[in-house]
Design a protein around this ligand. Structure first.
Ligand code: MV4
Length: 678
């Protein structure tokens, strides 16, 4: 077995490989670009080598740099992960030529599977079912039209050099064929430099079911069952699961045998995946073979209880397969969701920025998080904006898939991300949508369920506004307690925030906005010191209280009771934004300080002006005092209500323009305030 390996990748897969290597007592070398100097995979590895600038073509896609790093550190093998150079035959060859083991299939297998038409010929020879059609060299339009007529419409014209859905055209009738063919050939010529096409029977509502296979260098090869990856968006997998819903033992054995025959046909060694396109009636056809460990391999690991990276390392070191086919058993059901920093409301545009708050769900035997980032890390535009893969597993017999669905919904609800847009809400809706929950699967599911998956801007529930207000009230309480503890007069009535006043209780007004909607939550303090509030929102008053988990300095775990309904929530502050996590959904509200209207520049410089006529009834701060953001400065009585005017930022109170009892006009400057320079 190797005693040191280099991982030629980054992000979650690099971290994942390091985790297995460490468990096996193998030392690890990470490679990183300048943009990844502080990345998690670098922190987890025993050693790390910088291989160049941020751009992947200058770093992670440079075989010579990676091989040089392996030689320089004495790594005996290189694990390529997926993507980057994992299916690059030149890289595999460069490793071999340098005496470094490439943890993957032989170069010949990569080469054979790299050409779609070659792959299909190999499969045909191995007796693997191909989609009914014509894949030959005769490209005469009339001949191809005869083939289409023979196959029967609808047919699919596919560019032989295409892939991933590019260069495909469905033709529904004979009259359309020749025009569609000409157009396909023109596109294939311009896109791929090769106008060869193949004609296939068009499968409507197909499923994508792939089989994990594993071969060793002693001629053994097994299948580790299947994964259903039909839920895709623009040919990118979104959800994957194992086993495939509706798969029968007989069909599984038939497809598994076909997959193993395909692998043996190319002398396959290592982890590989044979992809099938499957009709709703279960008839299946070879689609393509991938010569790498796939992103979605964890669902296979969860239902078999195996570690496929350990198998890769053992087989790479020349061992025979750890288990034989008859020793492999499916247990339970697993589902994986790919969590991305992308904005579903903006066409899934990638979102970059700092992960201000990142709290994955608690891991267990049923919940696994494979991630390459931690709170405080940046999602940069240089690489795939994956935050993590969230995998759940349930083993409750015939209800295992339903159990896995419930666990996924709960885990997604517990996944807190603040700082970048993300697809967690979208994933929750996708897992909950009747088609997915009911296993009514096909590659068009997301498109078909658009109405459910992309609802109009969801109404923000009343509780979300109230939870955000409660977090502000708790913040007030903490600030006042902190100030009182530092004050020379800690028992001053102005130091409290229970709203006590000589003539009754004051109301604390919290203005919040979401998009175009602005709301005011007026908080009255409930008497009796129970720390409860009475919250008035949209004319309805609710008794409410809140408490944080002891010892947590922030509100990541805020337990609220609103009108007798107890809720576990989180409120994460990021500047003026308040991210409220509630009932598995998240809402972004903005704290509005209606009384802060800086004179002059409109920035935080200048002073605080009265937004309405009123009377100054108390000066709380003192001229010359240095205050924190949010510190109460004075109380203005206006519209029969008391308004606390708070510091808009950390800074110094230079002077008050009015004394207690004085009337002030609308727009009058109340405080000369100087914001602390950053
Ligand atoms: C097909 C097909 C329907 N009929 N072939 C898309 C890219 C490549 N994986 C093959 N693809 C398809 N080939 C026939 N004869 C539908 C697709 C297809 C698809 C297949 C698998 C996973 C997702 C897909 C999304 C759109 C279309």
């Amino acid at each position: 077995m190797f005693n040191k390996i280099l991982i030629a990748n980054r992000g979650e897969i690099a971290c994942r490989v390091i985790k297995t290597a460490r468990r096996m007592g193998i030392r690890t070398v990470a490679v990183y670009s300048e943009a990844d100097a502080g990345a998690r995979h670098v922190r987890l590895a025993d050693e790390a080598v910088c291989i160049g600038p941020a751009a992947a073509r200058e770093s992670y896609l440079r075989p010579e740099k990676i091989v040089a790093a392996a030689l320089a550190t004495g790594a005996q093998a290189i694990h390529p992960g997926y993507g980057f150079l994992s299916e690059n035959e030149d890289f595999a060859e460069a490793c071999q030529a340098s005496g470094v083991v490439f943890v993957g299939p032989p170069v010949a297998a990569i080469r054979a599977m790299g050409s779609k038409s070659e792959a299909k010929k190999l499969m045909e020879k191995a007796g693997v079912p191909l989609t009914p059609g014509y894949h030959g060299d005769n490209q005469a339009p009339e001949f191809l039209k005869q083939q289409a007529d023979r196959i029967g419409y609808p047919v699919l014209i596919k560019a032989a050099a295409g892939g991933g859905g590019k260069g495909m055209r469905a033709v529904n009738s004979a009259t359309e064929f020749l025009d569609a063919l000409a157009s396909c050939k023109r596109e294939a010529k311009s896109s791929f430099g090769d106008e060869h096409v193949l004609i296939e029977k068009y499968l409507q509502r197909p499923r994508h079911i792939e089989f994990q296979i594993f071969g060793d260098s002693h001629g053994n090869c097994v299948y580790l069952f299947e994964r259903d990856c039909s839920v895709q968006r623009r040919h990118q997998k979104v959800l994957e699961e194992a086993p495939a819903p509706g798969m029968t033992p007989e069909r599984r054995a038939q497809m598994g045998k076909a997959a193993v025959d395909a692998a043996k046909a190319v002398g396959y060694v290592g982890a590989g995946t044979v992809e099938f396109i499957v009709n709703q009636d279960g008839t299946f056809y070879f689609m393509e073979m991938n010569t790498r460990l796939q992103v979605e391999h964890p669902v296979t690991e969860m239902i078999t209880g195996l570690d496929l990276v350990e198998w890769q390392l053992r087989v790479g070191a020349g061992d025979t397969l750890p288990l034989l086919q008859e020793q492999l058993v499916i247990r339970g059901h697993a589902i994986e969701a790919r969590i991305y920093a992308e904005d579903p409301d903006k066409g899934f545009l990638p979102s970059t920025g700092k992960l201000i708050h990142l709290a994955p769900p608690q891991e267990s035997a049923n919940v696994r998080v494979d991630t390459g980032v931690e709170q405080g890390d940046e999602i940069t535009p240089w690489y795939d904006p994956m935050i993590a893969k969230l995998i759940v597993w349930d083993d409750s017999g015939s209800q295992s898939r339903d159990g896995a669905l419930a666990r996924m919904l709960q885990a997604l609800a517990d996944y807190r991300v603040v700082g970048v847009a993300n697809n967690i809400g979208f994933l929750s809706r996708l897992v909950a949508c009747p088609a997915f929950a009911g296993a009514d699967l096909d590659t068009g599911l997301i498109e078909r369920e658009r109405g459910f998956l992309f609802p109009d801007a969801a109404e923000i529930p009343r509780e979300a506004w109230l939870v955000a207000a409660l977090a502000e009230l708790l913040t007030d309480r903490r600030r006042s307690a902190a100030r009182a503890s530092r004050s020379s007069d800690p028992h001053s009535p102005w130091a409290t925030t229970d709203g006590w006043r000589m003539n009754g209780t004051a109301l604390r007004h919290i203005h919040l906005r979401a998009g175009e909607t602005e709301k005011l939550v007026s908080a009255g303090y409930q008497s009796g010191g129970a720390g409860g509030f009475s919250l008035l929102l949209d004319g309805v008053s609710s008794a409410a209280s809140a408490s944080t988990q002891p010892g947590t300095g922030d509100f990541t775990q805020l337990v609220v009771d609103i009108a007798g309904r107890r809720l576990n929530t989180s409120v994460i502050a990021a500047g003026e934004k308040r991210h409220v996590f509630l009932d598995g959904m998240s809402y972004c509200l903005v704290l509005v300080d209606p009384l802060f209207h800086a004179a002059g520049s409109g920035g935080a410089e200048g002073g605080l002006v009265a937004p309405m006529p009123g009377k100054v009834i108390a000066l709380i701060a003192s001229p010359g005092q240095v205050v924190e953001k949010g510190a109460p400065l004075l109380i203005l009585e206006a519209m029969k209500m008391e308004h606390t005017i708070a510091a808009p930022a950390a800074g110094t109170v230079k002077s008050f323009r009015f004394g207690v009892g004085e009337q002030v006009g609308d727009g009058a400057e109340l405080v000369e305030f100087v914001v602390k320079k950053p």
